[in-house]
Design a binder for this molecule. Sequence first.
Ligand code: ADP
Length: 163
Amino acid sequence: MVKAVFPGSFDPPTYGHLNIIERARSLFDEVLVVVAVNLQKTGTFSPEERVGHLRRLVGQWPEVSVHVCDTLIVDFARKHGCSVLLRGVRSVQDFSYEFELSVMNKGLDPAIETVFMPTDPRFFVLRSSAIKELASFGGNLTGMVPPAVAEELLLRLHPDKTT
Ligand code: ADP
């Protein structure tokens, strides 16, 4: 029984995140998607709103659950019996950051392995920050985030567009 944690800010969840979660279902018995709370950053959506979006998006997959975490991810993983930390990698830049993070996490808990999953080429340019910038100009978010997420993003960041 291998359980994996997939942590991130998910502000907002994108098709890139969903693709990683969907592919992880065939590798692991359980996938725990974790909205990691960053006390230094207030997001566009609150952690509870992000959990709500994610739960609606993964609701059809019984082996996937969604959580919030305001502690170290390795502590969350240990507490929930997860031996894998799953991270998506879009680029060489992502990889160098993720590599350092994985070494740090390995130092914190040697029993937990980081697994990198390369992005699907369809989604390699999807980045939550860029999507939010596009939304603030009322740009078309089709193919980047699911329609319900796009609608709420535009309402939040470009209210004129939706009224
Ligand atoms: P973002 O960089 O979009 O703000 P998060 O901090 O929410 O992303 O990322 C959570 C995890 O999902 C990270 O491992 C990140 O590398 C991965 N990820 C984000 N976007 C993509 C994508 N388009 N394809 C593959 N993995 C992704």
